[in-house]
Design a protein around this ligand. Structure first.
Ligand SMILES: Nc1ncnc2c1ncn2[C@@H]1O[C@H](COP(=O)(O)OP(=O)(O)O)[C@@H](O)[C@H]1O
Ligand SMILES: [Mg+2]
Length: 371
């Protein structure tokens, strides 16, 4: 793919693709990797898993963990990609499905951009191919007039194609994948030809648990996928670790001040989200009501990042309770009536009583009263 976003020779894209952002790590892994690589893979399955989970190479290069969670999940996901089955990453919103899919494609194919975004309006052409109409009218149907989809390109180049939110795609359009995944071919009836997938081709799809039933996968299609469920982080520590790492990365790209890993405010945001999500306090003693929003790890990351920006631009550069309070309120109170009651009850019965949380309680109360 040709990319713009380069200023004076350096990549200034606001959000570089994984293969660019982590080019150094991928290069070091390829150099250190002496295990067998499946055809057209840039790395061995072992090295792909190391790229995702982090580790240290013999030459001292540190590979940062991209995914924090059970090792086995990544091992199964990577292994699936080397088989004739496609990979379906399933989970509630914010469990890193998109993130893992991007990094897997970057590590296996060196290219995470062969992407189809699934929506209710995704047409068949986005999965198969379209036509350049000027060419088509001038010269009739030909290979030159054909505009391949990302999936078709992945098939002919032997790379990974990504499909985001597979279950949002209408069922009849989803079915385009059946031939692609079972026969590994894409017929082009207009030309009396086909594009056959070469080794290295596979598909990573993501789907949201909550969408189940909207456009459920047909059983014929489901059979072509190995499903890997991404769980919510198991413990507060794990979630604080994930949020700290991501905030650090995003903060650096936005030129925001640093936050110490596991800072108080990160811990508080994560704790509040987990307790409201689980419907019970961390010590298991007090039941709390859950609000309507998802309160995912991804949302905790954005609340902390926004807080950091507030601290940088309007505070003293140090993340304080007042900087995260409005973000928390915005994430928790989605439905102004019902959620506000849930939030106030949690604030008064849990946050108020908690040791060392007085300043946080005050900041949240002031923010809530101001709405
Ligand atoms: N277990 C995890 N390990 C690493 N990052 C995570 C984890 N869970 C969530 N994240 C972070 O959450 C953010 C959102 O994830 P995303 O892939 O968009 O979620 P999904 O596609 O499942 O809705 C990403 O920036 C990712 O870094
Ligand atoms: Mg996603």
């Amino acid at each position: 793919m040709t990319t713009t976003g380069t200023v004076n020779g350096s990549n200034e894209a606001l959000r570089p693709h994984a293969e660019d952002a982590f080019a150094e790590e991928l290069k070091a892994l390829a150099a250190a990797d002496d295990r067998p690589r499946p055809t057209r893979w840039n790395l061995s399955p072992w090295a792909v898993a190391t790229y995702l989970l982090g580790g240290a190479l013999p030459d001292g290069t540190v590979i940062t963990p991209k995914y924090v969670g059970p090792r086995r999940i990544i091992e199964v996901a990577v292994t699936t990609l080397a088989t004739d089955r496609a990979l379906l990453l399933l989970g509630v919103p914010g469990t890193a499905k998109t993130w893992v899919s991007e990094h897997l494609a970057a590590a296996v194919s060196g290219d995470s951009t062969l992407l189809v975004q699934g929506t209710a309006g995704t047409p068949e052409e986005a999965i198969r191919y379209g036509w350049n109409y000027a060419q088509l009218l001038a010269h009739g149907p030909s290979r030159d007039a054909l505009v391949p989809s990302p999936v078709m390109r992945a098939m002919s180049e032997g790379r990974i194609a990504r499909v985001e939110e597979l279950t949002r795609i209408p069922a009849d359009v989803q079915d385009s994948f059946i031939t692609i995944l079972s026969e590994k071919t894409l017929p082009i009836p207009e030309l009396g030809e086909e594009t056959q997938a070469v080794r290295g081709f596979n598909v990573i799809a993501t789907a949201n648990d909550r969408d189940r039933g909207v456009n459920d996968l047909s059983s014929a299609l489901r059979r072509r996928f190995n499903t890997v469920v991404l769980p919510l982080p198991a413990t507060v520590e794990e979630e604080v670790d994930i949020v700290s790492r991501r905030v650090d990365q995003i903060g650096r790209s936005l030129e925001l001040p640093e936050v110490p890993a596991g800072a108080d405010e990160i811990r508080r945001v994560v704790t509040v989200f987990r307790e409201l999500r689980d419907g019970v306090t961390g010590d298991g003693r007090t039941k709390v009501k859950s609000p309507s929003g998802t309160l995912s790890t991804a949302e905790a990351i954005s609340v902390v990042t926004n807080g950091l920006a507030l601290a940088a631009h309007f505070g003293d550069g140090v993340l304080r309770p007042g900087d995260v309070a409005s973000g928390i309120l915005g994430a928790v109170v989605r439905d102004p009536a019902a959620d506000k009651v849930v939030w106030q009850e949690y604030l008064e019965t849990v946050v108020r009583e908690r040791d060392g949380w007085k300043d946080f309680y005050r900041a949240c109360r002031e923010t809530t009263a101001g709405r």
